[in-house]
Design a protein around this ligand. Structure first.
Ligand code: CA
Length: 166
């Protein structure tokens, strides 16, 4: 994919996100008017942490099933190191991610490591199939990247929202 173009898009999105944050209090408790089936989450170092950046592209293709595809990309982490992507959710959709039900993501039920190269860059294509009974349910969701060995959190995201969709 075209990373340069993606980053330009991200910068544009960041401006939009700021506007949304500024207007969010007026809609607190109501959730967004348009369902979020797809999202791009940025992950940044935890407070007092080191370098690093991560991007999760969360997609629900219109394909008749409830599988979510999560393409994760990280950079500026430790070289030749192993990480996991985790998510936590809550159903009080108010852009305040209080969920602590951290789940390690992977290929379906099998967790999959993100292994960085000698420059600290890594990526993984993950997926998770959601129970069909959740169709139409909206969640607050946040993400984090942890060290496989120590479980230390190295990157974390802000709060995002999504609605389970086919
Ligand atoms: Ca919430």
């Amino acid at each position: 994919m075209n990373r340069v173009r993606s980053r330009a898009t991200l910068i544009a999105l960041a401006g939009v996100a700021t506007l949304i944050l500024l207007t969010a209090p007026a809609f607190a408790g109501w959730g967004p008017s348009t369902p979020n089936f797809n999202l791009e989450a940025q992950l940044r170092p935890i407070a007092g942490g080191g370098d690093g950046f991560g991007l999760v592209k969360f997609r629900q293709p219109k394909d008749g099933d409830t599988t979510v595809y999560l393409d994760v990309w990280v950079r500026d982490l430790a070289a030749t190191h192993r990480y996991y992507l985790q998510r936590a959710t809550d159903t009080r959709v108010d852009d305040d991610c209080t969920g602590t039900n951290w789940l390690t993501l992977g290929e379906g039920p099998n967790s999959k490591e993100i292994v960085t190269d000698e420059r600290g860059t890594g990526r993984a294509d993950l997926f998770r199939t959601l129970p069909a009974i959740l169709l139409g349910t909206e969640f607050d969701i946040h993400f984090r990247v942890i060290d496989v060995i120590t479980s230390a959190v190295v990157l974390e995201s802000d709060c995002y929202q999504y609605t389970v969709s086919l």
